[in-house]
Design a protein around this ligand. Structure first.
Ligand SMILES: Nc1ncnc2c1ncn2[C@@H]1O[C@H](COP(=O)(O)OP(=O)(O)OP(=O)(O)O)[C@@H](O)[C@H]1O
Length: 253
C-alpha cells in the first residue's frame, strides 16, 4: 500500500527580523501519530501556519510531491492539507450534518440544505461514524460539548478529503472521558492520514503519541518516542524538568 508523507526541509519563518522557525526538517509518515511539543513561543503554531499558507516561509514543505510553500490557503487545502484551531470554527446554529455538508462542498441549495434529508453522502456518513457523531447528526453545533465540537471540526477536515491533519491542542479543555475518546479517534484517523498534533498535555501525549518532535526556539531539539524525548537531558532542561518552561508552567489556553 502507498504510504503518504509530509516532508518539511529547511523551513524558516521570520517576522521583522525575528526568526520564529529556524531551519526545521520534519518528516511525518501516514500511520505515525506525531506530536509536536515545546515551550511557549517555540514556533509550533508558526510552523503549522507556514505549511497551511498563513505565514510566509522559505525552505520546502512537500506533500504528495506538491510544494506547499508559496501556495494560497485554499490551494493548500485542496492539495489535502487541513488544520484545526484551538477554538472550534463550526457554524453554531447549524446541525452536525449541515456543518459536514457545507465542509463537503455540497451542491445542495441553501433551502434544501436546511431541510431534513433522506440520504447522506457516503463521505459525510463515514466522517460521522469515524468521529462518533452519528447519533448527534441533527443537533445544532451550539448544543455540542467542547469535545464534540472538536470532533466535528476533525470530521469537517475528513469530508474535505484532507490527508494531512494538523490539530492544534485538540484536548485542551476536554473532560477525561472526551480525551480518551479523542485519543481513540486519532488512532482511527492515523491509519490513512498524516497526523500532527500540537499539544501541551503530557498525559495525553504519553498515552497516544507514536512519535514526538520537540521544538525549542524555532529549531528541532529532539525527536523520537515519548520515552526517548522524555529521557533527553536537553528536553528535561528546556521543557519537561523542574525549573523548565514546560507544560506544568504553561499559561492556560
Ligand atoms: N505574526 C507574528 N508577528 C511577530 N511575531 C510573531 C508572530 N506570530 C508569532 N510570533 C512570534 O514567534 C514566536 C513563535 O510563536 P508560536 O506561536 O509559533 O509559538 P508556539 O510554539 O506555538 O507557542 P504556544 O505553545 O504558546 O502556542 C513567538 O516568539 C511569537 O511571539
Amino acid at each position: 500500500m502507498r504510504q503518504d508523507y509530509l516532508e518539511i526541509r529547511g523551513l524558516r519563518v521570520s517576522f521583522d527580523g525575528f526568526v520564529a522557525v529556524d531551519g526545521v526538517d520534519l518528516t511525518v509518515l501516514q500511520g505515525d501519530l506525531r506530536f509536536l511539543i515545546g515551550p511557549n513561543g517555540a514556533g509550533k503554531t508558526t510552523l503549522v501556519d507556514a505549511v497551511t499558507g498563513l505565514a510566509a516561509a522559505s525552505g520546502s514543505a512537500k506533500f504528495d510531491g506538491t510544494e506547499l510553500l508559496g501556495q494560497k490557503e485554499h490551494q493548500i487545502a485542496r492539495a489535502g492539507v487541513g488544520r484545526t484551531f484551538q477554538t472550534a470554527s463550526v457554524f453554531e446554529q447549524l446541525t452536525v450534518l449541515q456543518n459536514l455538508d457545507i465542509a463537503a462542498g455540497s451542491q445542495r441549495r441553501r433551502r434544501s440544505l436546511l431541510r431534513a434529508r433522506a440520504t447522506v453522502p457516503d463521505s459525510v456518513q463515514l466522517a460521522m461514524e469515524t468521529t462518533g457523531l452519528t447519533t448527534l447528526r441533527d443537533r445544532p453545533a451550539a448544543e455540542l460539548s467542547h469535545g464534540q465540537k472538536q470532533w466535528l471540526e476533525i470530521g469537517m477536515l475528513l469530508v474535505q478529503n484532507a490527508t494531512v491533519l494538523f490539530l492544534d491542542e485538540p484536548v485542551a479543555g476536554m473532560s477525561a472521558e472526551e480525551r480518551e475518546q479523542t485519543g481513540e479517534l486519532l488512532r482511527r484517523v492515523r491509519r490513512d492520514h498524516v497526523v500532527v498534533v500540537v499539544e501541551h498535555d503530557m498525559e495525553f501525549l504519553r498515552a497516544y503519541a507514536d512519535s514526538v518532535t520537540v521544538l525549542a526556539a524555532g529549531k528541532v531539539l529532539a525527536e523520537g518516542t515519548y520515552a526517548q524525548v522524555q529521557a533527553d537531558p536537553r528536553v528535561q532542561e528546556i521543557y519537561l524538568g523542574p525549573g523548565s518552561r514546560g507544560p506544568g508552567h504553561q499559561a492556560v489556553h
